[in-house]
Design a protein around this ligand. Structure first.
Ligand SMILES: [Zn+2]
Length: 168
């Protein structure tokens, strides 16, 4: 049994953003109110909205206030580094802390898995894109690979970072 955890952004990020009004790149933050998420083309509905908070790792409820800003991802460093647009609750929320649990914001959308080694090199053959409800197999496969230092999970369509995943 492999133990892992989904790693949210540090609590200080939302607090700093809220106080300063700017994101990690100096952009003025956008304040948004979460709206109900429209049904999928097949008629299925998701819980919450389309605004996943990267601190509590849940989709905002309709009416909740969010900050939208550019986050300087801690890893990968170097050639593969990118910033990512993220939502974070404008008010306080509980930082995600469960182990061996795929966060709900991963479950209810199309996602991509990006595995990186200890030198922050992308391991292409462990990459995967698919429905978040069916991500366990590819995720565990990537985490079990001895080359893998960490995995980042992104939304598959816009490409925004959802969370990092590491072995415990
Ligand atoms: Zn939150």
């Amino acid at each position: 049994m492999l133990d892992f955890r989904c790693i949210p952004i540090p609590t200080e990020v939302g607090g700093r953003w809220g106080r300063s009004g700017v994101d990690d790149s100096g952009n003025r933050l956008r304040r948004m109110v979460a709206e109900a998420r429209p049904a999928e083309p097949d008629g299925s509905r998701h819980n919450g909205t389309g605004a996943p908070c990267r601190h509590c790792l849940r989709d905002a409820e309709e009416g909740e206030e969010l900050l939208l800003g550019s986050y300087r991802m801690p890893r990968p460093q170097g050639i593969y580094w990118t910033p990512s647009p993220i939502f974070v609750h404008a008010g306080r929320c509980q930082q995600f802390a469960r182990i061996n649990t795929v966060a709900s914001i991963v479950r209810n959308r199309l996602v991509s898995i990006r595995a990186y080694d200890h030198d922050d090199q992308c391991i292409y053959d462990l990459g995967h894109a698919g429905n978040g409800n069916e991500i366990d197999g590819p995720l565990i496969h990537a985490l079990e690979d001895r080359r893998t230092a960490f995995v980042n999970i992104h939304t598959a369509k816009p490409g925004c970072m959802l969370c990092r995943v590491e072995r415990l």
